[in-house]
Unconditional design. Structure first.
Lengths: 147, 157
């Protein structure tokens, strides 16, 4: 199955707003073993200058991956999702995600490259609050190995 | 641990190696917390049927440990502005109590504006580099500690 190069540069519909809760941040911090009280204790986070508890930097993937997966599962794009592995990933934060944020992710296909039987797909997901404040950009390169 | 200050950290400063264990239990927990339920991260039978040696850790678990390594150095998860990796080799997680061992170290590679520094990171497991091109950009505290800033007001219970 060939990938559809017409999708290069396409920007997809924004995701449903994601409400970031203190419970979810603590759950994520616990799962990765992040010990910081700033992820758990609102007073400690406020004392450090944040409005509420903050998420570890890679938490943003929980929000952006949903948006990205919608793109890679778009039937018109022609990606074989069983053959995908992660290549590169970059988080660029304007600020940390914090409890109380309501975040929307919007994904653009930056590039599609084909080398022999491997296809690389680079997506950029912009995370903004529903008020339009930029929080984080995730840039992800996926590699699809040919069958 | 005292947080490093921008003025005191030279280019080339090494951040001490830390070891992190990753068990099957950790992967199940990460799957639940992140919503990434790909079978290769918890089902040995299916992982092997797809040509893998065993269950492998989510790449995002490895990357999260890199984030943790950096935040444990700087003391503030909100100080990490950039975090980037290339996944070069999987972390294979055996079905035992010890799991896999991931060793992470770093070196300050550049001093940037706005009290930010870049840190080049090395992550290895079972003798292999599991990431390449791993780098973080973090903001450090200003100058040498003045002692005038209040500490967190929280008292231990």
């Amino acid at each position: 199955m060939a990938i559809n190069l017409d999708y290069i540069g396409r920007t997809f519909e924004p995701s449903e707003p994601y409400e970031v809760s203190r419970v979810k941040i603590r759950e994520f911090a616990d799962a990765i073993g992040e010990p910081s009280p700033l992820c758990r204790d609102r007073e400690a986070a406020r004392a450090a200058g944040y409005p509420d508890v903050i998420a570890p930097p890679t938490f943003a993937i929980v929000i952006s991956a949903v948006s990205r997966e919608k793109v890679t599962h778009d039937p018109g794009l022609g990606v074989n999702n069983d053959m995908i592995v992660h290549g590169d990933l970059r988080f660029s934060h304007a600020r940390p995600v914090h409890a109380g944020d309501v975040v929307v992710a919007q994904t653009t296909i930056e590039s599609i490259r084909q080398v022999r039987n491997m296809t690389t797909l680079t997506t950029v997901s912009e995370l903004r609050t529903v008020d339009g404040e930029h929080v984080c950009t995730t840039r992800s390169t996926l590699v699809e190995r040919g069958a | 641990m005292a947080s490093p200050s921008y003025d005191d950290v030279p280019i080339g400063a090494e951040i001490e190696l830390r070891q992190y264990s990753v068990t099957r239990s950790d992967l199940v927990r990460y799957a639940g917390a992140s919503g990434d339920f790909n079978v290769i991260h918890w089902n040995e039978r299916l992982a092997k049927s797809l040509g893998l040696p065993d269950v492998i850790a989510h790449g995002m678990v490895t990357m999260a440990l890199v984030g943790r390594f950096v935040t444990e150095w700087v003391g503030d998860p909100g100080a990490v502005f950039e975090l980037s990796v290339r996944f070069s080799s999987p972390v294979v997680v055996p079905d035992d109590d010890k799991g896999a061992l991931v060793e992470i170290s770093g070196v300050v590679s550049g001093k940037l504006d706005d009290r930010k520094v870049s840190v080049d990171i090395t992550a290895r497991s079972d003798g292999a580099k599991v990431l390449t091109r791993a780098q973080a950009v973090v903001r450090l505290a200003a100058g040498p500690a003045q002692g005038g800033e209040p500490e967190s007001p929280l008292e231990p219970p």
